[in-house]
Design a protein around this ligand. Structure first.
Ligand SMILES: [Zn+2]
Length: 247
């Protein structure tokens, strides 16, 4: 399997949940509000024998010329966004789901960013996003997706096409899910925001931004041990330095 990280850059995020671009060469973390986290925003493409998989969709920001940043990044990697066959969503917070669709400024209409792909989403995660109970969700993207036939709702745990394994994890958001892509004795693991950064795997601690921090911490310990035994490749969506890690 070929793995391509599609970094959208580094950002700080604080209690307002707004992602503010951060340039390590120019910006100082001390100038940002207290408690700000420094994170990468980094969707992944995994090319398998059957699919071009996209793992989460990024912030949905646009380049100065109006191109969606994730489209730009895909094309830089030699992939036409029309070729993406499946979009696997860990959860629907804005930094992961903002690139699901894009509003066309001229037509004033929203279009799916990956029109030939099936978007694979946890059913309850979609319901909670649509309920508008939390401001963390990409509500415009999610509402639009819910009205299309490109949505495949999944629940609990299971397998797609005999090689994409998924499991409801909770932890970060109540209905967050993780994916294991298994092909030719290789396992690529995407733990979304329950396993977002390498250092979090190595030190057991409970974060304040998780829905159930204790569960998320326990899952990281479990996955770190199992991944080491089974030789998983870890994909870290928010890691500044290490997008892909294998033992
Ligand atoms: Zn996130």
């Amino acid at each position: 399997m070929k793995i391509i990280p599609l970094s959208e850059g580094s950002f700080t995020v604080d209690g307002t949940k707004k992602f503010v671009p951060f340039d390590p060469a120019k910006d100082n973390l001390k100038d940002r509000p207290a408690g700000s986290l420094l994170v990468e925003v980094q969707p992944f493409v995994v090319i398998t024998e059957k699919d071009i998989l996209l793992l989460d969709t990024g912030l949905g920001f646009t380049m100065p010329d109006g191109t969606l940043q994730i489209h730009h990044n895909l094309m830089q990697a030699g992939i036409n966004p029309m070729e993406v066959t499946k979009v696997l969503m860990s959860h629907l917070h804005r930094d992961h789901a903002g690139g699901i669709s894009k509003e066309d400024a001229v037509l004033q209409q929203r279009f799916l960013s990956f029109p030939n792909a099936t978007y694979i989403v946890n059913k309850q995660e979609l319901e909670i996003a649509l309920s508008k109970l939390s401001k963390s969700y990409a509500i415009d993207d999610v509402s639009m997706l819910a009205e299309t036939d490109k949505l495949q709702l999944i629940e609990s745990e299971g397998v797609i096409d005999d090689y994409i394994f998924y499991e409801w994890t909770g932890g970060h958001s109540p209905w967050h899910q993780a994916f294991w892509i298994k092909e030719n004795n290789e396992t690529v693991f995407f733990g979304g925001d329950v396993a977002p950064q390498l250092f979090q795997m190595k030190t057991k601690f409970v974060t304040k931004y998780d829905f159930d921090g204790k569960l998320a911490a326990d899952l990281r310990v479990k996955w770190w041990e199992q991944g080491q035994k089974e030789n998983w490749k870890f994909l870290f969506y928010h890691d500044i330095k290490t997008p892909v890690f294998s033992f």
